[in-house]
Design a protein around this ligand. Structure first.
Ligand code: ASP
Length: 230
């Protein structure tokens, strides 16, 4: 704990040094590209939440996306505030069960599992961050390397713990796979907190979408054949 405390106190100076050297080298363009990275990740997270989850809710679970987001928003705001899927788990399970009508048996299996391995928001950030870092270092990623980034980002996000900032640490694995310098993480460290909060909200929304979809499918199956309940 003592060593971690020392690292935590010195990390901001390291991040400042890396950002300062990037700005010193590339001028104010570095700031503009960091802002572009920030907004691209935010846009991708919003599109994923609205289009991907929205369509699953509408067409597969056959519920209104508006109803879903309205009722699930208390859990999303806790995720946004804590930046931790793990810490939000009790609230997201309670919200899914009480406000979305997800069955307890489904919610208590799907949501803890999702909070551990289902991190779409994190995978999105890792993909965008890798392409951004490659561009900063003027590395041209081939199509195969982009596919590798995609696969490794999914695997890295599965291995990411549901606590603040871990997605950025797992990004090191993705960068190594395509031969990019791991220290480049320092470039995005400064803008990661807000992105971490947003991607955590997306991560837990994915788990709740999945729980709702399974719960609704089970209800349909039982209506067709009540004997399967036993
Ligand atoms: N904070 C994220 C979560 O708990 C993980 C990450 O991407 O750092 O879901």
């Amino acid at each position: 704990m003592y060593l971690i405390m020392i690292v935590m106190y010195t990390a901001p100076f390291g991040a400042f040094g890396l950002i300062a050297s990037a700005v010193g080298g590339a001028g104010m363009d570095a700031i503009a590209s960091m802002a572009a990275y920030f907004f691209v990740v935010l846009a991708a997270l919003f599109i994923h939440a609205i289009i991907t989850y929205g369509s699953v809710i509408k067409f597969v679970a056959k519920k209104s996306p508006w109803w879903f987001f309205k009722n699930f928003s208390p859990a999303m705001s806790v995720a946004f505030g804590t930046a931790s899927s793990g810490a939000t788990l009790p609230v997201s399970m309670k919200t899914a069960q009480e406000r979305l009508g997800v069955r307890k048996s489904v919610s208590s299996f799907v949501q803890p599992l999702g909070a551990t391995i289902n991190m779409d928001g994190t995978a999105i950030m890792q993909g965008v961050a890798t392409v951004f870092i490659a561009q900063v270092y003027a590395v041209d990623l081939s199509f195969t390397q982009i596919l590798t980034v995609l696969m490794i980002a999914i695997l890295a996000s599965i291995g990411t713990a549901g606590v603040p900032g871990v997605g950025l640490i797992m990004l090191a694995m993705v960068l190594e796979q395509v031969g990019l310098p791991v220290e480049a993480i320092g470039l995005i460290l400064g803008v990661d907190r807000l992105l971490d909060m947003t991607r955590t909200a997306v991560n837990i929304t994915g788990d709740a979408t999945c729980a709702l979809f399974i719960s609704e499918t089970e209800k349909d199956l039982e209506e067709k054949d009540p004997s399967i309940r036993d």
